[in-house]
Each structure stands twice: as C-alpha cells, then as structure tokens.
Ligand binder design. Structure first.
Ligand code: GDP
Ligand code: MG
Ligand code: K
Length: 276
C-alpha cells in the first residue's frame, strides 16, 4: 500500500467539504490547526493499492496574511508536506476562482485543477475547453459534480497519476520596473544566504506587496538589518515608480486570467439564454 498525501484548497463554497466527504466517507478526523481555532479536517480514501490521506484546508479567496484562514492555508502550502493539491474550483465563477489558482501556481504548488459545480456551469451555458485550460495553467484539469458524486473515480485516477507532479512555478511578467526589482531582490537573497525552500520569486513578489508574513519570513532567515536593506530597496523603487506596485501586480494577474478565460471558455453573450 502506497501512501499519498493530498490537500483540498480553494475558495469558500467551491465544494471542498462536499468533495472531502465524497472521498473519505466516514473515515474522518476533526481537530484544530496548531495555535489557532481554525478547524482541521483530515480523512482517508482508498483507491487501488493507494491509501490517500486527505486534508481539507480552510477556504480563502487569496493567500495573503489577512486572516487566520489564509495564514493556515498558506503555511501548509509553503511547508510542502504533501504530494499534491486538489484545487477545487467553482466552474460557474471561474474568474474569481482562477485568481486563487494562479496564486497557488505562482507559489510553485503542484496541483490538479478540479472544475467542480460542472452542473451549475452547464446550466449557465458556460462551456470550458478543459484541454486548452490545462495547457494554459500547466496543470491537469478534471470535472466533478461533488454534490452528486459525479467524476469522483476519474478524480481519484488523475490524483494517483499526478502524485509525483513537479511543474515549474508559474511566472507572470509584471513589467520592466517590477521585474528589475525582482531580479535585484533575488541577487540579495543569494548574497544574504536566504535559503528557505519557498519559491524565491514568489517571496520577492510578496515582499514587494508588503505582505507581513513574507517580511517575517525574511527577517527570520537573514536577520533584521539585512531584511531592512531589502525593504529600503523596495521603498526606494516605489517612490520612483509611476504606478502603485500592488495595483500593477493585481492588474497583471487579472490580465492573465482574462486571457485564459477568453481562450478556454465559451459563455453565452449577456442577455442571451443558455441553449438548454
Ligand atoms: P466549501 O466551502 O468549499 O467547503 O463548500 P461546500 O462543500 O460546503 O459546498 C457549498 C455548497 O455547494 C453546498 O450547498 C454543497 O451542497 C454545494 N455543492 C458542492 N458541490 C456541488 C456541485 O458540484 N454542484 C452543485 N450544484 N452544488 C454543489
Ligand atoms: Mg468547507
Ligand atoms: K509533488
């Protein structure tokens, strides 16, 4: 029997818990994440000769540091103590859900994109080209209707097939000003012996966003005086820049999401009734 550890991540109400129940049945354990009051659900599923440990992460829209839920999910994901993440997506609300997906991909998380609520998307006349979406995300894509137990066998098969997935992290081009800054931060990471296993480009972007957890990580790894030098470099560049870096970073993410949606989704035009 081979052990495979998977985590369910995604937006609230994307169907994570429903899928978790479908996968694990009554083989569940409920506890708390260490140090916080956030509920931790783990369970077991069996498929062929594989025993899957399944962890239901708190649902969040983002992976910043603005709530306990986000920090729990993010700490789990950056610690890397899993084989594969199942990113549960509400297919009927793709734009918002993909915002979370691309954050995972930028962190370098290996995932299967699970297009859940396929029934809701169908009702709305939304047609998703799974092959194209998979190509653009650089991740396998499967379809499920968790509430009806549809697509679970296929999801298990794809999970096992991709358990050793190691894809390079997604790199979004944030434009010359930010890209130059990322390059310089990366050089300082080298010089200062920042060796943390997190994706370094992702960490640099988070520092540019003034993410407090990224700042804490940096201070822990290189000490506060070196961390201060990196923070000063960022502040100096921000002063010179025409536009707000935070805004550019969000805009570029949505630009990519819109491109993905344009190329992989057919939705009825506004005011037009779905075909069925
Ligand atoms: P979570 O917040 O991600 O854990 O989401 P839940 O599992 O609690 O699901 C939110 C709601 O969506 C519940 O009412 C589920 O019954 C429903 N749901 C889950 N999966 C599906 C699905 O594939 N199709 C439809 N129509 N409803 C679903
Ligand atoms: Mg839930
Ligand atoms: K992996």
């Amino acid at each position: 029997e081979t052990e495979v550890k998977i985590a369910l991540a995604g937006n609230p109400n994307s169907g994570k818990t429903t899928l978790f129940n479908e996968l694990t049945g009554s083989r569940q354990h409920v506890g708390n994440w260490p140090g916080v009051t956030v509920e931790k659900k783990t369970g077991h599923a069996f498929y062929k000769e594989y025993a899957l440990e399944v962890i239901d992460l708190p649902g969040t829209y983002s992976l910043g540091a603005y709530s306990e839920d986000e920090v729990v999910a993010r700490d789990f994901l950056t610690a890397g103590q899993y084989d594969l993440v199942l990113d549960i997506i509400n297919s009927a609300n793709l734009e918002r859900n993909l915002y979370f997906t691309i954050q995972l991909l930028e962190m370098g998380v290996d995932l299967v994109a699970v297009l859940n609520m396929a029934d809701e998307a169908e009702k709305k006349g939304i047609k998703i080209n799974k092959h194209k979406l998979s190509q653009m995300l650089g991740a396998p894509v499967v379809e499920t209707v968790a509430s009806k137990g549809r697509g679970i066998e296929n999801l298990l098969a794809e999970t096992i097939k991709n358990r050793d997935l190691t894809e390079p992290a997604l790199e979004i081009n944030y434009g010359a000003e930010i890209e130059d800054l990322i390059t310089e931060i990366a050089k300082l990471f080298m010089e200062y012996d920042f060796t943390n296993q997190v994706n370094h480009r992702w960490a640099a972007v988070k520092l540019i966003e003034h993410d407090p957890e990224a700042v804490k990580l940096l201070e822990r790894e290189v000490g506060s005086s070196k961390a201060k030098k990196i923070k000063s470099l960022i502040a100096e560049r921000e002063l010179k820049a025409k536009d707000d870096f935070d805004n550019i970073i969000i805009d570029k993410k949505y630009e990519l999401i819109n491109k993905i949606i344009t190329e992989s989704v057919k939705a009825p035009a506004a005011g037009q009734e779905p075909e069925n």
